[in-house]
Design a protein around this ligand. Structure first.
Ligand SMILES: [Zn+2]
Length: 204
């Protein structure tokens, strides 16, 4: 292969994406180059649009257009009494596609022991969760973190952070296999985990 820094850099970048290594990165790049007008050009424009226009809401963590207000946490017309707390946007998407939960989401953006999340406690949007519960008179907070050690530690940490607030806290049933991640669970498992969720005893 000729030494083309543009291509080499692209291989390195694409290899960082989930599920892809250098070999599949090279196949993807060839496909793009061989389809300059149909794939490469619109992809460049689309990525640029996403970079410029899409961001995570600083309050609830959901993906939103940065020109619009957030229709998850700032939606004035739709009132929700429940908030479902998840680790990542992929978990929100999995729960939405199962249709088991009709309410508002709160996306932490990781777990408290996630090493990729540098000063993670501050970044986990827990303060804004507390503000949302108070401001919107939320009745129930459903902790839908993964059945991993990190997910469960995070759930416990949130439960502890909410102990002074008068809100019902529940946690997904352990129908999720141990080590089970929300985003990889099938609809049936998610539906059963929601239906059988357990109330956590409030200490106040
Ligand atoms: Zn929001």
């Amino acid at each position: 292969m000729q030494n083309l820094p543009e291509i080499e850099n692209l291989i390195k970048l694409i290899s960082k994406l989930p599920g892809l290594g250098p070999k599949s990165a090279k196949r993807i790049i060839l496909k793009m180059i061989n389809n300059r007008q149909e794939i490469l050009k619109p992809l460049v424009n689309n990525l640029n649009d996403v970079f410029k226009n899409i961001e995570r809401c600083k309050i609830c963590g959901i993906l939103k257009s940065n020109n619009d207000s957030c229709n998850n946490c700032e939606n004035k017309s739709k009132k929700y009494s429940k908030i479902c707390v998840v680790e990542n946007i992929s978990d929100q998407w999995a729960i939405e596609s199962s249709s088991i939960f009709q309410g508002s989401f709160h996306i932490l953006g990781g777990t408290i022991s996630d090493s990729s999340n540098s000063n993670n406690r501050e970044n986990l949007l827990i303060n804004s969760l507390i503000e949302r519960i108070n401001k919107d008179n939320i009745e129930e907070v459903i902790l839908a973190t993964s059945a991993t050690v990190e997910g469960q530690t995070t759930a416990f940490y949130i439960q502890d952070s909410l102990k002074k607030i008068n809100v019902k806290i529940s946690k997904l049933a352990q129908g999720l296999p141990v080590g089970g991640e929300i985003e990889n669970s099938d609809d049936g498992t998610l539906i059963s985990a929601f239906k059988n969720r357990k109330d956590l005893v409030s200490s106040n």
